[in-house]
Design a protein around this ligand. Structure first.
Ligand code: ADP
Length: 434
């Protein structure tokens, strides 16, 4: 069994599956683990490993410690390159955690304040592009997009050089689109020139998949890459070129799906609000979780599960805390941002566990933080990555300590992803004969 080639550390759970999805689509057999697995000594049989952390919004020192631990494990697995994955909207708080984690990983690989890496959240297929260091969501600057109202990581500056410089000790530079368009050799030369100038982190422009492929080629042999999931498209070619990887068909095969269906949504992103609205419009059964009722100590979890028990047999049910920005602000004013988030995540994860207890085996979770909480509550350790529902979101099959010996099909959807009919599209894919 050959060693895995690429070792990835993702700062949230939906981000991890998004990255794994891109790797599988590029032909790399990929295993995703939830944190460093308990059986850390066991060798992983895959071309790529993605360690999913929930480190995006925790205190920076904890994010650093968890990321270093993950990298240490990945290196004992023999990986040739480490990939730190964050959101394609660069979700971070003013305290980080992207900068502090990048610094710590570079320090560990190269020595204090040494080394060089890139920053590139671009994922053009998903309308995330970087031009002149500025991140765009579709036609809007990041700071004009719905991300400015995110409950935990509001993004109010689209200039990634500035955003990253505020988070890292290293100097930040730019590889502009004009250079990227000239191809991998020009990109490599620019990397070298920036390093000679004392730059340790380079924001790299990318507006197309071709850009990702050229950047990917220039990253061959770079010990640490930091990026969204898009850059993953450009990395497998390097392992193929070196003879270390042979691309296989069927890297995305999953066992057949069974059981009842549910959606749990804690995302308040624009796309998720539209998906929840569409599900209800189409007559779907939906239960709203009220954060203020949770704060008042009401048994919202019990009520939701009782409500669901009566409806699950008739088709997918939706339990959601999803709300528009104004409603979220109202709740946050009363409870505080962190407390509101925690209360909702905890309730939704208990509801998800209860739903699996009631026979749900096909579960869509909307929201990155929410997915992290749900996956932990379900006792998931490893996930097999299956076919893509929409760019960034694959079906996965997991084993849960709540139903040993059985698979739960899970789709972890980052808030911003998917068309309004995402929930029905996702389940329809599992209708198809395996
Ligand atoms: P996304 O992927 O859209 O960013 P996340 O799950 O990562 O979604 O983040 C959404 C956060 O907002 C979570 O912490 C969730 O608990 C919190 N939240 C969800 N609904 C509400 C609400 N109605 N009021 C306040 N906070 C909420």
């Amino acid at each position: 069994m050959a060693s895995p080639l690429l070792g990835c550390i993702a700062d949230d759970f939906t981000g991890a599956t998004d990255l794994a999805n891109n790797l599988v689509r590029s032909g790399m057999r990929t295993v995703q683990t939830i944190g460093v697995p308990a059986d850390a000594d066991a060798a992983v049989d895959a071309d790529a490993i993605v360690v999913a952390l929930k480190s995006r919004t925790i205190p920076a020192a904890q994010a650093v410690a968890q990321s270093l631990h993950a990298m240490q494990w990945l290196r004992t697995q023999g990986v040739q390159q480490v990939y730190f994955k964050y959101c394609s909207t660069f979700d971070s708080t003013p305290a980080g955690n992207i900068g502090p984690v990048t610094d710590a990983l570079l320090d560990a690989l190269h020595g204090p304040d040494q080394g060089f890496t890139i920053v590139c959240p671009a994922f053009p297929e998903n309308q995330r592009t970087v031009f002149m260091g500025h991140l765009f969501v579709g036609e809007q600057l990041l700071s004009d997009s719905g991300m400015r109202n995110h409950p935990l990581t509001p993004m109010t500056d689209a200039n990634l050089v500035r955003v990253m410089q505020a988070q890292t000790r290293r100097r930040v530079g730019l590889v502009a689109q004009g250079t990227v368009a000239k191809g991998s050799a020009a990109i490599g030369e620019r990397f070298k020139a920036l390093q000679d100038d004392g730059v340790g982190v380079a924001v790299v422009d990318a507006v197309s998949n071709e850009d990702l492929m050229q950047i990917g080629r220039a990253l061959a042999g770079m010990p640490l890459v930091t990026a969204g999931s898009g850059i993953a498209i450009g990395l497998p070619q390097n392992f193929v070129a070196s003879g270390a990887l042979s691309i296989r068909a069927g890297a995305d095969a999953l066992p057949p799906a069974s059981g009842l269906r549910a959606v749990v949504s804690g995302s308040c992103s624009v796309a998720t609000n539209a998906q929840v609205a569409r599900f209800k419009q189409d007559g779907g059964a939906a239960f709203a979780v009220d954060p203020l009722a949770l704060a008042a100590g009401q048994d919202v979890v019990g009520a939701a599960l009782q409500w669901a028990a009566a409806r699950l047999a008739q088709g997918p049910v939706l339990v959601y805390a999803t709300a528009d920005p104004e409603a979220v602000r109202e709740v946050q004013k009363k409870l505080g941002v962190a407390r509101a988030g925690e209360l909702v995540e905890q309730a939704l994860s208990l509801i998800a566990a209860g739903l699996v207890g009631a026979g749900v085996r096909q579960l869509v979770v909307a929201g990155g933080e929410t997915s992290g909480a749900v996956v932990q509550a379900l006792g998931v350790e490893r996930m097999s990555i299956g076919p893509q529902i929409t760019p960034g979101v694959p079906w996965t099959a997991v084993t849960s300590t709540l139903c040993p010996g059985q698979h739960v099909h899970m789709a972890l959807k980052s808030g911003n992803f998917g068309a309004p009919d995402f929930f029905s599209t996702a389940f329809a894919m599992l209708d198809a004969p395996a």
